[in-house]
Ligand binder design. Structure first.
Ligand code: M6R
Length: 603
């Protein structure tokens, strides 16, 4: 989590540049922030609890600097307060850090024995002390960095200043993302490229256990043994970026409204020339089984993918939480494909699971949104979703883009296996091409969502129910609600309710459900009636007009009748809107919900 940035510039503009970068990185963590810069050969540190706007109030903008580092924090070790905020300074070394030093207790004890004492509860202060310890021993920052890489366990992206080198910025990286970027007059380090996109789109990727030395004129890369490395300069395609909210009050609603375009951009390369384009997708029919590995919303997209791959292409699929998969016993072989889904491409658990799978003899496929991200670089093959930059912590357009790719994979595999005829596949492709016509009116029903949100926003809990594909989508709807509105939302497979959870249903309990499968709808409706009999109020999302006539249903969102391949895109829109509108009525910080961060780069 946490965002870091560093600047070595020919101009005296480092302070505003760092603050601007931190604002872009704020989605990575926002409980405290800080900045350190050289001013007349002395390091000045300002840090505070709260947002970048709080930090700005404490900065002396009359001061100028050409070199410094900044940090926006998502607390791992120690509460969010000024002392624990970064940068940390020990002796002659000052650092900002993203990641977790796993052996920090052991290192702390060793450093204490050597006379170091600590002010904060952070692992970062220990990392800083370790670097200072070796610097004092060797009088060389590079030797201190090499010793640090050798001794520190865990993950780190570090920006480092040394009191005795006012013209130099150091960067160190392992298992946390860090890029190095260059413009005409300034060199940067940053957690991601959008943080510096205002100044440059050209960048280099630091790999694990590498470090870099930056001055205003030069950048040099090294491996952990100090050997100079030559790196490929990359160029970021900013055409997909939408770095501001435009006329929208929040990134989340803007990103929701972009979905007709982002789904289409994602699908288009595989649809424009009918079956020939679809054949550009990887051949899944070679595999006996697929494991899909992801976290959070990406995991829900995986569940939707499983439904279509199994139902239409008859390929058995397991969908696994990356945090479990990375430690469980795996049953892999060359006949198993492992698909990793991630918006950020940096999620620590997903990346760790991938690294584990890479040691086995099986193929890996990534469905990733952020180009050249860590996961995208490690998988054997990557398909990029074209959702563009997703800033709101609550994922919306990345989810539908991930689902889009999975649906296309299922469609292609079903066709290859003769489980769908050519004309059926072409009919689905035709429907995808007109998806926008179904989505646009749904996105426009804002007053309907607002009306229901008003009925729900004071609830202490809300139930989400469904069966099959509807259950998968309800899980995503429930996650959206709890994430941004803080209302506990329980999602259950409708048939499972009476095995325990129905005990929670009482007078005025609110139940949101979807019914989009004619075979399962009567079953789900029976379960809904069981809740109604106990006093629940029911809000139904369905494409089945008959169900709208049922007097037990209190409110209905009626969707267009389409092929099942379009259903996930339609069901999810009311769910995203309800979460958004309810959070708005509860006056929550929608784009930056409490305790969360966009990219979860720690375990
Ligand atoms: O970047 P990733 O897709 O790997 O992120 C996975 C989850 O952390 C993410 O989907 C999270 O659940 C979202 N905040 C949900 O809206």
């Amino acid at each position: 989590m946490c965002g870091i940035i560093g600047v070595a510039s020919k101009k005296e503009q480092a302070i505003p540049m760092i603050l601007q970068g931190l604002k872009t990185l704020e989605y990575r963590g926002y409980d405290s922030s800080g900045i350190a810069y050289f001013k007349e050969n002395q390091i000045v540190i300002t840090k505070t609890k709260g947002r970048i706007s709080d930090l700005e109030q404490q900065i002396n903008f009359k001061e100028t600097s050409s070199l410094g580092i900044g940090h926006t924090r998502w607390a791992t070790h120690g509460e969010a307060n000024q002392v624990n905020a970064h940068p940390h300074q020990v002796g002659k070394i000052t650092i900002v850090h993203n990641g977790i030093i796993e052996n920090y207790q052991e290192l702390k004890a060793k450093l204490q024995e050597n006379g170091y004492s600590f002010l904060s509860s952070t692992d970062t202060e220990v990392a800083c002390a370790l670097l200072d310890f070796y610097y004092e021993k060797t009088n060389s920052v590079t030797q201190a960095i090499q010793a640090f890489i050798h001794e520190a366990k865990g993950s780190y992206a570090i920006g480092l200043l040394c009191q005795e080198e006012p013209d130099t910025l150091y960067a160190i990286k392992k298992d946390s993302p860090l890029i190095v970027a260059a413009s005409n007059d300034t060199n940067f380090i940053a957690s991601d490229i959008p943080a510096v996109l205002e100044y440059t789109s050209s960048y280099y990727v630091l790999e694990d256990e590498e470090y870099a030395i930056l001055t205003k004129d030069h950048i040099t890369f090294y491996d952990k043994g100090g050997k100079v490395l030559t790196k490929e300069e990359k160029h970021y395609d900013a055409s997909l970026e939408s770095p501001n909210k435009g006329s929208y009050p929040h990134y989340m609603i803007k990103e929701m409204m972009e979905q007709p375009d982002t789904i289409w951009k994602t699908m288009q390369p595989f649809l424009e020339n009918g079956l020939a384009s679809l054949a550009k997708l990887p051949d899944l029919t070679k595999y006996d089984r697929i494991d899909i590995v992801a976290c959070g919303t990406a995991w829900h997209a995986g569940l939707v993918g499983k439904y279509f791959l199994e139902e239409y292409a008859a390929i058995p699929v397991d969908v696994c939480l990356a945090s479990e998969y990375r430690y469980k016993r795996l049953f892999l072989s060359p006949k198993v494909l492992v698909i990793f889904i991630s918006q950020s491409g940096e999620t620590a658990d997903t990346l760790a699971a991938l690294k584990r799978v890479k040691e086995e003899a099986c193929h890996t496929l990534g469905i990733i949104n952020v180009k050249d991200s860590s996961i995208a670089r490690v998988v054997d093959q990557v398909i990029y979703t074209k959702a563009g930059c997703e800033i709101a912590v609550a994922s919306t357009k990345a989810f539908t883009a991930q689902v889009a790719i999975l649906l296309l994979l299922a469609l292609q595999a079903a066709y290859q296996k003769n489980l769908m005829e050519e004309k059926q596949v072409l009919a689905v492709i035709e429907e995808f091409k007109h998806l926008k016509d179904h989505l646009t009116p749904l996105l426009a029903k804002r007053s309907e969502y607002q009306k229901i949100a008003k009925e729900l926003y004071k609830q202490e809990d809300i139930f989400y129910l469904g069966r099959g594909l509807d259950y998968d989508l309800m899980m995503e709807g429930a996650l959206k609600l709890k994430e941004i509105s803080y209302i506990p939302s329980v999602c259950y497979a409708a048939g499972e309710l009476k095995h325990g959870t129905i005990s929670l249903v009482q007078e005025e309990t609110r139940v949101i459900a979807s019914c989009t499968n004619p075979l399962l709808d009567p079953k789900t409706m029976s379960n809904l009636k069981e809740t109604k009999a106990r006093g629940a109020k029911i809000y139904l999302i369905t494409n089945n007009v008959e169900l709208t006539k049922d007097k037990d249903i209190d409110s209905v969102f009626l969707l267009d009748q389409t092929s099942e391949f379009l259903v996930p895109f339609l069901v999810i829109i009311p769910l995203q809107f309800l979460a958004y509108k309810i959070a708005l009525l509860r006056q929550c910080d929608i784009d930056k919900p409490r305790n969360l961060a966009k990219a979860v780069t720690v375990e």
